[in-house]
Write a protein that binds this ligand. Structure first.
Ligand code: GDP
Ligand code: MN
Length: 380
């Protein structure tokens, strides 16, 4: 789960990483009020789950409340890389002497956290890595040893920080960033830029913070930070109903049970000359409730022209699933044709149930390939 800048900074603050004072605003009036409370110059910052906000015009300095309100008016509703701005972070402006870059990511190859630090901050780190790799200090942290003081010295000398006060502050920030990374089960903690003010104070001016979804159960406070409004409506519903749903770009809605079967169904749709619009994984379930939820989510996607139901009965019995489909169709109207392929445990009973009930937009096919071909045909 990606956090907004203001949420990441809240976690930074909790772990003792210096950040500026700020307020959240969702309207120009709130932005004005925030600027009044903060006093002095402020920065109006678009809160979207994407980078490059500065370049897109989503970050602007304001001399006071009036200007903050004007900038808020201009930035709210702005589209930044496909993300519409609905929230602003109004922060006390900092004077910047230098911009550095500090991050921690999870290096899956090494199975260790990886620190990256360079004096060339504020720009794309990929650019620094490609063009001036010698300017980039990189360092792995052994999860059992934890972050050691000699490692911060290596980072600091590796990047060429000479000022003693900066060295001390950066060492402390690196240590706390590691604590935040481990403490929040993060997969990414990035500070770009990490600034030095004219007074020599080092602080985080930006935050990119990604928390491992699988660890959210341990962090109720972070899980609560999820902004459901940032997701399309059907994805929001899928999260609420705890259904695995992935949006794709074609026209055939795909429903299956089990990740492997769903993945191969996507391939077979492509083989039949179509493109999946999305997919839902029913998992081990197949009861009416689960089928209704999944059908609701899939058919809410306006790109769906036909629905392909692919079930292999193992522990899940096909007759159960067939009953689920029929009950779902009683409870809701689905405009798009549905093609069903059932195989495995009690498949014959399941097909019979569907044939007997014979809802008008439901087509039963014997094999996965036949079903995919039919669904693609019906979507055309
Ligand atoms: P990003 O473009 O999405 O990475 O957003 P950042 O939060 O990193 O801001 C982009 C740039 O805006 C920074 O690199 C700074 O140069 C500038 N900026 C952000 N906050 C301040 C501030 O408080 N004072 C000044 N002078 N510049 C700022
Ligand atoms: Mn940034």
């Amino acid at each position: 789960m990606d956090l907004y800048e203001y949420q990441g900074k809240e976690l930074f603050r909790r772990f003792g990483i210096p950040v500026s004072d700020g307020r959240l605003a969702t309207s120009p009036e709130e932005a004005r009020k925030a600027a009044e409370e903060l006093g002095g110059q402020v920065v109006v910052k678009a809160q979207v789950l994407t980078g490059g906000r500065g370049k897109a015009g989503g970050i602007r300095l304001a001399d006071g409340p009036g200007e903050a309100e004007e900038h808020a008016n201009a930035i709210l509703g702005m589209d930044i890389n496909g993300h519409v701005v609905r929230k602003l972070w109004i922060e006390s402006a900092s004077d910047i002497e230098r911009e550095y870059y500090l991050s921690l990511t999870f290096d899956r190859g090494e199975k260790k956290a990886l620190f990256m630090f360079t004096k060339e901050g504020g720009v794309d780190i990929e650019e620094v890595a490609a063009e001036r790799p010698e300017a980039l200090a990189m360092l792995h942290v052994d999860p059992l040893e934890g972050f050691q003081p000699y490692q911060s010295r290596r980072l600091i000398y590796g990047a060429g920080i000479e000022d003693e006060s900066e060295q001390k502050q950066i060492a402390t920030i690196a240590e706390r960033l590691y604590a935040a990374f481990v403490g929040a089960d993060a997969t990414l903690c990035e500070i770009n830029p990490l600034i030095v003010t004219p007074d020599g104070e080092v602080k985080a001016l930006d935050s990119k913070f990604t928390v491992d979804d699988n660890a959210l159960y341990k962090h109720a406070d972070i899980a609560e930070m999820r902004d459901l409004e940032a997701y399309p409506p059907e994805e929001r519903k899928a999260r609420e109903k705890d259904v695995t749903y992935v949006k794709l770009d074609g026209e055939v809605g795909v429903l299956g049970n089990g990740a492997g079967l769903v993945m191969s169904t996507l391939d077979v749709v492509a083989l039949a000359g179509g493109r999946p619009a999305n997919f839902c994984d029913l998992g081990g379930g197949g009861d009416a409730g689960g089928v209704v939820d999944a059908l609701e989510i899939i058919s809410a996607d306006p790109q769906v022209e036909s629905i392909l139901f692919n079930i292999f009965g193992g522990i899940t019995r096909c007759d159960e699933v067939a009953r689920g489909i029929l009950q779902a169709l009683e409870q809701m109207t689905i405009g798009e044709p549905i093609v069903v392929r059932l195989d495995g445990t009690n498949a014959e009973e399941g097909r019979e149930l569907l044939r007997d009930a014979a809802p008008e937009n439901l087509h039963v096919e014997p094999t996965m390939l036949d079903a995919a071909k039919r669904a693609v045909e019906l979507a055309a």
